[in-house]
Design a protein around this ligand. Structure first.
Ligand code: MG
Ligand code: MG
Length: 257
């Protein structure tokens, strides 16, 4: 189901997104070789609870943690544990905040220490593809315009776009309609109307687009074990503009890529 939001509801999502952005900033300060993914999760969860909000992901369909942490060939839905980040890893950190009845959702993929140039390029292109998609996400266009723009951009660099996992509407629920694929056909799909809040989240693989779920029941990885990157913003469509509600600025204040 698609639920269009009022100005007042979007204001709450904006506040939720501010807590989320700052939580990402706290994580950014810690991402380095030697830190366990569990420690990152503990810090994010404490920060969110300290702000009287709740981590959206914890308990969602039984998900065990506050962050999705997906290293290297893991695409999304990895969960924290004893793993220590290593020099040369990349790590996707996806977080959601539930505040005053509304969710916000955003993700960022970090290089850990010295990452090889080929993989840094994957991060740069994936991040840029998010903004290429957002540029198309304007009033009166369609979901397919967003998907095709992301797909064309990413494939232009020889990368591939994951098909099975997509962006989504969100609000009172973490996942609402419509689905927002990172591929598609221009002019097709749901029309973007005023008050539509969606998470756009390209998942881009260095090699094959094919993915598989690990035996842990959650973690999605590339079948060829080549790295995958993931960036996400929550946005809202207004008649005269599109507003990015989540922010990566607190990450980028401490962590430049
Ligand atoms: Mg999402
Ligand atoms: Mg997310």
């Amino acid at each position: 189901m698609i639920f269009y939001k009022t100005e007042d509801e979007v204001e709450i999502i904006r506040q939720s997104a501010e807590i989320l952005g700052r939580a990402h900033g706290e994580i950014a300060k810690l991402v380095a070789p030697g830190i366990t993914t569990k420690k990152l999760d503990d810090v994010a969860e404490a920060f969110i609870l300290d702000h009287k909000a709740r981590p959206s992901f914890k308990g969602f369909n039984g998900f065990p943690s506050s962050l999705c942490i997906s290293v290297n060939e893991n695409v999304v839905h990895g969960f924290p544990g004893k793993y220590e980040l290593k020099d040369g890893d990349i790590v996707s950190i996806d977080c959601g905040v539930f505040w005053n009845g509304f969710h916000s959702d955003s993700a960022y993929t970090y290089p850990v220490g010295n990452v090889n140039k080929e993989v840094l390029k994957l991060l740069e292109v994936t991040k840029q593809s998010l903004y290429v998609g957002i540029e198309q996400a304007v009033y009166g266009k369609r979901i397919g315009d967003v998907g095709q723009a992301i797909q064309d951009y990413v494939e232009g660099f020889g990368y591939s776009v994951v098909r099975e996992l997509v962006g989504h509407g969100l609000g009172r629920d973490l996942h609402e309609g419509p689905e927002v694929p990172n591929y598609g056909k221009r002019g097709k799909g749901t029309k973007l109307n005023e008050g539509l809040v969606i998470a756009i989240e390209p998942m881009v693989n260095l090699g094959t687009k094919n993915i598989v779920q690990e035996n842990d029941g959650w973690t999605i990885r590339t079948t060829d074990r080549e790295p995958s990157a993931h960036f996400e913003h929550t946005i809202v469509i207004w008649k005269d503009k599109t507003e990015i509600l989540t922010t990566h600025k607190y990450i980028e204040e401490v962590f430049k890529i």
